[in-house]
Design a protein around this ligand. Structure first.
Ligand code: GLU
Length: 497
């Protein structure tokens, strides 16, 4: 017995899998997992377009799914009862179905030349009516058609559409859409060599794989009546359809590599997003549990996901929200899990020749966690925060410029704080915090005035962990050396100005 809910994601590996497709895959996966033991998630590779499909694109898509944790119950590498799961390996099935459809009269060979079709199209344009195939080859006698095929006449196979009536798509997201059959026309389902086209292979496969719910982008809505007509002609069960709103870039235009800095899952992974956060963020592009809940674990997504709550209208990705969500997910981790995630990110994405490599390795993850887990929204932000512990010490230009701006007050603060910290009996966080807060009272200055010059002095950076944490992690000698050096340099610079 197969499961009650069988869904599939069926990418065409003709390009890089972008966030919109990843979101479709996620929704299918969530839907299957929502049904637990009763749900099956199938991954099928639709590589009928052999000229544009590449093994690299397949690999990239599989990498994305693995990273996103969208494990498939049937599909490449896992196989299953309805395989193979690459359309390029399923020719026998298509050939057999084509033969059945020719037999029943629901498919026929069409020998129309490009010139004939162009002329038909021009005539339709001239009469300002939509172009629909005229049906010229519909009634060629079977023997004549076979003879022409045997003689090598170029042809395609068309599906015979009803001339009248309507086909209604009952969609779980969009509701009902009615299509007039007369406007569909007999469409091509296979090339002369018998190789199938999308609409046909898709129907044969969904039917043979016993798919119960087709959840896909609404750019496919216009294909759906054609597919329904084929299911009907084949006497096959028609699956339920759920057409998802398009995922757009933040500016409301189509997602593109050129325009949007992050259009793929891999770019998010590289930037240091956690897969939990990306699942959460992508799930919210076009769906929500209750319009108010944002941060959700994957278990919660699985529990609450329902196609009935998917929005109808296109949904723009909000990258700021995605980063915020990621920060929330990273902050919620235990320090050990945070450290493991950070180190895994660093090992994966920062090779030895990356300019951030040294900074990223300045601390073990478990030592960095108490310093920056609260502050960083992505793993990618961490190196810039923790690199200050490296030797030799580097004062960044921007930090020096800001330190210079603190002027006489900066010198005064450092002159006051150095002996104060030298006199500390221990170098514990509590003592450092008390001493540094105390310095504000001693000097009758606001915390910002006191802490900024010390921060620039000890970290040489404009972004850094908390002040006492930074001073603490450097240890007494290094922290004080840096403060003295900054004090002297700043004083000298002011004196010579
Ligand atoms: N191969 C199609 C695509 O990538 C799949 C469409 C469908 O899910 O039916 O757009």
């Amino acid at each position: 017995m197969t499961s009650d809910v069988r869904v599939r994601f069926a990418p065409s590996p003709t390009g890089t899998l972008h966030l919109g497709s990843a979101r479709s895959a996620l929704y299918n996966w969530l839907y299957a997992r929502h049904f637990g033991e009763r749900g099956t998630y199938v991954l099928r590779i639709e590589d009928t377009d052999q000229a544009r499909s590449t093994p690299e694109n397949v690999e990239q898509a599989l990498r994305v799914f693995r990273w996103l944790g969208l494990d498939w119950d049937e599909g490449p590498g896992v196989e299953g009862p309805f395989g193979p799961y690459f359309q390029s390996q399923r020719d026998e099935l298509y050939v057999a179905s084509l033969a059945t459809m020719r037999e029943s009269g629901s498919a026929y060979p069409c020998f129309c030349t490009k010139e004939e079709l162009d002329a038909d199209r021009a005539a339709a344009d001239a009469e300002k009516r939509p172009f629909v195939y005229t049906g010229r080859c519909r009634d060629i006698a079977r023997e004549d058609a076979d003879a022409r095929i045997a003689a090598g006449d170029a042809h395609v196979i068309r599906f015979r559409c009803p001339d009248e009536g309507v086909t209604v798509v009952h969609d779980l997201v969009l509701g009902e859409t009615t299509f007039e059959n007369a406007l569909i026309g007999d469409f091509v389902i296979a090339r002369a060599d018998g190789s199938p086209l999308y609409n046909f292979a898709n129907v044969i496969d969904d039917s043979q794989m016993q798919i119960t719910h087709v959840i896909r982008g609404n750019d496919h809505l216009s294909n759906t009546p054609k597919q329904i007509l084929m299911y009907e002609a084949l006497g096959a069960t028609i699956p339920a359809f759920a057409h998802l709103p398009m995922v757009l870039g933040p500016d409301g235009s189509k997602l593109s590599k050129r325009k949007h800095h992050t259009s793929t899952v891999e770019q998010l992974a590289e930037a240091g997003y956690s897969s939990d956060a990306v699942r959460n963020g992508l799930a919210l592009v076009g769906w929500s549990k209750d319009d108010t809940t944002n941060v959700m674990s994957t278990a919660e997504l699985v529990e609450h996901f329902d196609v009935a709550r998917v929005k109808k209208s296109s949904a723009a990705i909000d990258y700021d929200k995605l980063a915020w969500l990621n920060g929330e997910h990273l902050r919620a981790l235990t320090p050990e899990a945070w450290a493991a995630g950070y180190e895994a990110w660093r090992d994966e994405w920062l090779p030895a020749d990356d300019e951030r490599h040294a900074a990223a390795h300045a601390m073990r993850g478990i030592d960095a966690a108490p310093l920056v887990q609260e502050k960083c929204a992505t793993w990618g932000e961490v190196p810039a925060y923790v690199g200050f512990v490296l030797e030799p010490f580097m004062m960044q230009d921007e930090a020096w410029a800001r330190l210079q701006k603190t002027g006489e007050v900066g010198v005064q603060v450092l002159e006051h704080v150095v002996p104060k910290l030298e006199a500390l009996g221990d170098w514990e966080l509590d003592s450092l915090e008390a001493a540094l807060r105390g310095a504000c009272e001693d000097l009758e200055l606001k915390p910002g005035k006191v802490f900024s010059p010390i921060r620039f002095a000890v970290t040489g950076q404009t972004i850094a962990p908390g002040l006492w944490e930074s001073v603490h992690v450097l240890g007494r000698d290094r922290a004080l050396d840096r403060m003295r050096a900054a004090r002297d340099r700043l004083a000298a610079t002011l004196a010579s100005a």
